[in-house]
Design a protein around this ligand. Structure first.
Ligand SMILES: Nc1ncnc2c1ncn2[C@@H]1O[C@H](COP(=O)(O)OP(=O)(O)OP(=O)(O)O)[C@@H](O)[C@H]1O
Length: 264
């Protein structure tokens, strides 16, 4: 059985306006697909579509060969794990309880769920956070616990919606390095970001060409490219309406945005 996510011709309209227009993409285990685009381009709408949370006006979304909207939450959790921008927890449950809850699809004892949760926390160097109320953790600590929950869910595909948005540079680096490790361990990653440079933290030398970058603009796919393509900067510049230059820094390509040249 294939565990791929297949979005095919996805179209969403609200009040006659297209939020997403004929978008297609495929993510299989081992793939890394980054969705980039300016505010309002439709990135989160695409994520909701992929999770089966948004009704389509045309097109289809399947995961593991089945229509995603027809799957129960348990069935969907067997394929897709979702990391939002911020963990939404209002109850002061512990980090361990939060990660153990990601095991809900497994028919197992609470003790077993907690064992797996502890192992997952250890994999992200967060065992010490296990007994702490999640509401008291810093943004970076919460995201590390959220990644442990992804691991505990044991889904072959992970969906990340700008997961480093509220983190400082050190925490962003750490989070994306962690995402890179998950990817290299065989998971498929669909990652939304409007900051292309955070992706560099997920890479190892030589893996740039394996990251696919999909640019969204006004609900449509504006370009699709590998991260190491020479013209990626031009594509990015067009969707963000800036000039974007790729610079080599310590063997990594980083992108810098510059104002559009004006006619004098
Ligand atoms: N339920 C809705 N009804 C009407 N318009 C909506 C709805 N949801 C989203 N939109 C609009 O659709 C467009 C795309 O929104 P979306 O949140 O998908 O963009 P985004 O690329 O994720 O943006 P950002 O980077 O700001 O998070 C926006 O113009 C938004 O205002």
């Amino acid at each position: 059985m294939t565990s791929s996510l297949e979005v095919s011709g996805a179209t969403v309209r609200k009040g006659g306006r297209p939020l997403l227009e004929d978008v297609s993409l495929r993510v299989a285990p081992g793939d890394f697909v980054a969705i980039v685009g300016p505010n309002g381009a439709g990135k989160s709408t695409l994520m909701r579509v992929a999770l089966g949370l948004q009704r389509l006006d045309a097109g289809s979304v399947t995961v593991g060969g089945r229509e995603v909207s027809a799957l129960s939450p348990r069935e969907r959790a067997a394929f897709l794990a979702w990391l939002p921008q911020r963990v939404q927890v209002s109850e002061p449950i512990t980090a361990l309880e939060h990660v153990a809850a990601a095991r809900y699809r497994f028919p197992e004892s609470r003790r077993r769920s907690e064992e797996v949760a502890l192992t997952a926390l250890a994999r992200v160097q967060a065992e010490a956070l296990a007994p702490r109320p999640i509401t008291e953790l810093s943004g970076g600590e919460q995201q590390r616990v959220a990644v442990a929950a992804l691991l505990a869910q044991e889904s072959p595909l992970v969906m990340l919606d700008e997961p480093a948005n509220f983190l400082d540079p050190a925490q962003q680096l750490e989070l994306y390095a962690l995402v890179g490790r998950l990817w290299r361990s065989g998971l498929g990653v669909l990652c939304i970001t409007h900051d292309i440079n955070v992706l560099a933290h997920a890479m190892r030398e030589g893996s740039e060409g394996r990251i696919r970058v999909v640019g969204l603009s006004r609900g449509r796919v504006a370009f699709e490219s590998s991260y190491d393509a020479p013209d990626l900067g031009e594509h990015l510049g067009r969707v963000f309406s800036v000039r974007m230059r790729g610079l080599e820094v310590e063997g990594r390509r980083v992108f810098v945005s510059l104002p559009l040249e004006r006619d004098s």
